[in-house]
Design a binder for this molecule. Structure first.
Ligand SMILES: [Zn+2]
Length: 326
């Protein structure tokens, strides 16, 4: 009898000890998740990454020269680079957060272009502008104050029809051209956009590289309709058409998209991960001289794009803060 009692107690003990904790864990593990799956940040940034819905067993950073983490999940970044935070939950599962740290004080790919003419850009006569072809780097500032004083063509352009480009993108002009280095990140971005919400994009007519003559046509038409147009772009809420010497489309790094509202929303929030910026924001017209444009994106490279996005800077402000500093 005592043996039977013992066995009953033992069985009960085993059953209870198996059931009770699993109830406890089940109750606590209602869809456990990590609070951040990807973090793009700067050197010296501090932030928390936690598990929700389950207790935490440990925090481990793959490369501790890039960032460190304490026992409470507080991460501190140390140098530019990539690493991964792995949090092991009390359920034994591992959850990861990718961390990319940028050194925004040393963006080597930013190039300052000084205006080659002191003339007011809106009043420059196209007959005075030389024909030279030119070289242009990504993130080159082209605006009313920093002009491309040439009618020529930049090097580095490729026809989209000859490029390996995603089928999630169509383009209105069969001879649409962009800078070669834009093709890969652009394809990746639009593939991911499609995966996120079946968003498809079209480059509008004239929305890729634009020749001087094409921009001049748009510009002349606009000026004929509104004499004095763009005489004071910084103080009147910005303009939508710029003189040919001021157009970013002449670099081959700018793209005008056509997309759904949701497609544009996705781009605006994610473009920086691929090196693009939403170039003309509604609250930056006093810097850009251009109105809020949903469609206009510019490839500047990941470092600059991340900084602009994180700090909500337009390219003009970026230059002011990080490039033109004395
Ligand atoms: Zn545009």
């Amino acid at each position: 009898m005592s043996n039977i009692k013992k066995n009953v107690f033992l069985t009960l003990f085993i059953v209870i000890s198996l059931i009770v904790p699993s109830f406890r864990i089940q109750g606590a593990t209602n869809k456990p998740y990590i609070t951040c799956k990807e973090k793009i940040c700067e050197i010296g940034d501090k932030f928390y990454v936690k598990l929700k819905g389950v207790g935490t067993e440990s925090y481990v950073i793959a490369d501790e020269t890039v960032a460190v983490v304490n026992e409470k999940g507080k991460v501190k970044t140390k140098r530019a680079g990539k690493t991964k935070l792995t949090i092991t939950g009390e359920n034994g599962k591992k959850y990861t957060c990718k961390i990319k740290v940028y050194d925004t004080n040393r963006c080597k790919d930013a190039v300052t272009v000084k205006s080659k003419s002191s003339k007011k850009s809106a009043s420059i006569k196209s007959t005075d502008v030389p024909e030279e072809n030119f070289h242009v780097e990504r993130a080159t500032l082209v605006n009313f104050s920093n002009i491309l004083y040439t009618k020529g063509t930049p090097d580095g352009l490729v026809y989209l029809r000859n490029s390996k480009i995603t089928d999630k993108l169509t383009y209105k002009d069969s001879d649409c051209r962009l800078q070669k280095e834009v093709i890969k990140p652009l394809s990746q971005m639009l593939e991911d956009a499609y995966a996120a919400g079946k968003f498809k994009y079209t480059i509008i007519g004239g929305g890729g590289y634009r020749e001087f003559a094409t921009q001049e046509r748009y510009w002349t038409r606009r000026q004929n309709m509104y004499p004095g147009y763009a005489d004071d772009p910084y103080n009147n809420g910005g303009v939508i058409c710029v003189p040919p010497v001021c157009s970013e489309h002449r670099t081959g790094f700018a793209i005008d998209f056509d997309a759904t509202k949701e497609g544009f929303k996705w781009l605006k929030e994610n473009c920086y991960k691929y090196g693009f910026i939403h170039r003309y924001e509604g609250d930056k017209t006093t810097y850009t001289g251009v109105m809020d444009e949903d469609e206009h994106y510019t490839y500047v490279g990941k470092d600059i794009a991340a900084t602009c996005y994180l700090e909500h800077l337009c390219l003009e402000e970026y230059y002011e803060k990080y490039v033109n500093v004395k």
